[in-house]
Design a protein around this ligand. Structure first.
Ligand code: C2E
Ligand code: MG
Ligand code: MG
Length: 571
């Protein structure tokens, strides 16, 4: 980021602390030039007079005056320097010979020439620099101030907060959630117009003194002066309301969902970067918790530190093979047969204690570490299918896996390299992915289906449950969440809800799995309601591979005995 702001940047040795006030700066500069002029005069006198080379040391304060005070300063300094080395300065100190008037006048004229020329030069460089700065600080497309301007604005604000007793200020970072989709479907120009319009209307609706900046493609930053935290919160509500209003572009009404993070600026905040990071942390926490808004809280940083440590431990654990796959059987409700399993990750940490995925996967899923973790799961599942002839296996894909184009389009090739056919694998995705980025999610699901994988929607009913995407996606199945099973025996309403979910899925030709069946009664109910498959502790908990293989053998032996028994009973 370019932070050149004034002439002192050209001569770094003459920089002074940024915290100096304007008048202190003036005094400082004047003193430096006076000292240089006095030193120059003394050097000329003490080295024997103006007949030697030293008179030209006066050029240094002249140049500096040109930089600091422009043309008037340069002229004043050149004339002063000329006079100091003028009529009273001997040509030769030792012999007491004085200079001719022409001599010192010509020298003064030379100083004036240098001063005028350099003042002009510095002026044009300064102007070019200002133009460059302006271009950097104004977004060409929307006319809004840019991130560079925001950083400078924050630095300025911090200086003011430290120097004067100013009322509290705050930063509100606003993210336009659906802008990416507008950009994708209607192009960059439309998206830019939406940003401009939203920024303008937010600005119009805020009464408090403020400045609005375009922080990134889809983020706006508001610096608010003289506000309390409660006022910042209500300004967020205003911005949110603006996003919900329609923006008409080319006759099409568009809306954006706004989410935000805020931070109340303190006088001991170190720099603009810190302030911005805190507002950004608030925003990230809001995104993570699916909330519209979060104020920054120092606890967030502690959580981030814990999260970083956990991620480091998972990374290490992956390298030292502390992860294993457990398999939970999937049952066909109609025949009672075992038809495959879901692979579930387990971590045996350095103390060999089993850590459940709920304790680390949500954190891993939002980092790039999800890629190696999922690749490990895929590899291990394929090896197990290959070496133990396992039936169909379901694998869980996080949002970031589905959005990872190279993983999605390579999956067919990866599993084939283990000699496994894509038909043996089912990929479970969650509703979150479909909501966050429907266009990409759709492409990824289509890609997986084209390669021959089954794709089912996991934890159905716990998220946004928009039926709309079910009709648009080439899904093969739906897994109804355990939350809908718990009350099945006791509540007629729960049974009605389960029935309608199963009917809806069947109408869409999706294979229905009910998760979390724990009792025989629950099994009977979902079988009667027409579900296809079930999974749950009633059949088996997730098991390590050897136990799962044993369970499967025993299960098939019992099934065979049942068949035999049935056969012997029938006439
Ligand atoms: P999920 O994919 O919905 O997996 C089903 C979870 O329900 C499993 O929890 C399973 O042990 C539990 N469960 C199954 N039947 C019953 C039952 O009858 N009663 C109860 N109370 N629970 C039952 P688990 O293994 O702790 O996994 C939790 C979640 O972690 C999974 O939910 C999945 O979202 C995630 N996960 C697990 N392995 C992976 C993985 O390899 N990759 C990704 N991305 N996520 C994974
Ligand atoms: Mg699952
Ligand atoms: Mg599930």
């Amino acid at each position: 980021m370019n932070r050149l702001s004034s002439s002192e940047s050209y001569l770094p040795i003459f920089r002074y602390p940024k915290t100096l006030s304007k008048s202190a700066k003036l005094i400082y500069r004047f003193l430096v030039i006076t000292i240089l002029l006095a030193a120059g005069t003394w050097i000329v006198y003490s080295t024997g007079g103006t007949s030697y080379a030293y008179p030209y040391v006066i050029i240094l304060p002249v140049l500096l005056s040109a930089v600091w005070f422009g043309l008037p300063g340069a002229i004043f300094c050149a004339v002063t320097g000329g006079i100091l080395l003028g009529p009273w300065m001997p040509l030769e100190v030792s012999s007491g010979t004085f200079q001719s008037t022409q001599n010192w006048l010509a020298r003064t004229a030379f100083f004036l020439l240098i001063g005028t020329f350099s003042a002009g030069l510095f002026q044009s460089v300064r102007k070019a620099n200002q133009r460059h700065l302006q271009a950097l600080e104004i977004d060409q497309k929307t006319g809004l101030r840019t991130q560079a301007a925001l950083m400078r604005g924050l630095e300025r604000l911090l200086r003011r907060t430290r120097q004067e007793e100013t009322p509290s200020s705050a930063i509100l970072l606003l993210r336009m959630q659906d802008l990416w989709e507008i950009l994708q479907s209607m192009g960059a120009d439309t998206a830019e117009r939406v940003v401009k319009d939203v920024a303008k209307r937010i600005s119009q609706n805020i009464e408090r003194p403020h400045r609005i900046y375009r922080f990134s493609k889809s983020e706006l930053a508001l610096i608010l002066s003289g506000v309390s935290q409660e006022e910042v919160d209500s300004i967020f509500e205003i911005a949110k309301g603006v996003g919900e209003e329609e923006t008409i572009v080319n006759g099409i009404p568009l809306r954006v969902q706004i989410i935000a993070g805020s931070y109340l600026i303190k006088e001991n905040d170190q720099n603009a970067e810190v302030i911005l990071n805190r507002a950004r942390t608030g925003l990230s926490v809001a995104i993570e918790h699916n909330a519209p808004y979060r104020r920054y809280d120092p606890m967030f940083d502690q959580k981030t530190a814990e999260r970083v440590q956990l991620i480091a431990r998972v990374r290490k654990g992956l390298a030292s093979q502390e992860f294993q796959l457990f398999y939970q059987p999937k049952m066909c409700l109609r025949t009672g047969q075992h038809i495959g399993s879901e692979a579930l990750l387990r971590w045996f940490n350095h103390e060999n204690k089993m850590v459940m995925p709920g304790l680390f996967m949500p954190k891993v899923e939002s980092t790039t570490l999800i890629d190696p973790v999922t690749r490990f799961v895929i590899a291990r599942a394929c090896e197990d299918i290959r070496s133990h002839n396992l039936m169909s296996i379901s694998l869980n894909f996080a949002i970031n896996n589905l959005m990872n184009q190279s993983l999605v389009s390579d999956l067919g090739r990866i599993v084939s390299s283990y000699g496994v056919s894509p038909e043996s694998l089912e990929i479970e995705i969650t509703e979150g992915a479909l909501i966050q980025d429907p266009t990409h999610a759709k492409e990824a699901v289509e890609n997986l289906r084209d390669q021959g994988f089954k794709v089912s929607l996991d934890d159905f009913g716990t998220g946004y449950s928009s039926f709309q995407y079910l009709t648009h996606l080439p899904l093969s199945g739906l897994k109804i969440d355990r939350a809908f099973v718990i009350n099945l025996e006791a509540s007629a309403d729960a049974r009605t809800i389960m029935k309608s979910m199963i009917s809806m899925a069947r109408a869409l030709k999706l294979e229905v799995t009910v998760e979390g069946i724990e009792t025989e009664e629950q099994r009977k109910i979902v079988t009667d309601l027409g579900a296809d498959l079930a999974q749950g502790f009633h059949f088996s908990t997730p098991l390590p591979l050897p136990q799962y293989l044993q369970w499967a053998t025993e299960r098939s032996q019992t099934a065979a005995q049942h068949l035999e028994l049935k056969g012997s009973k029938s006439p």
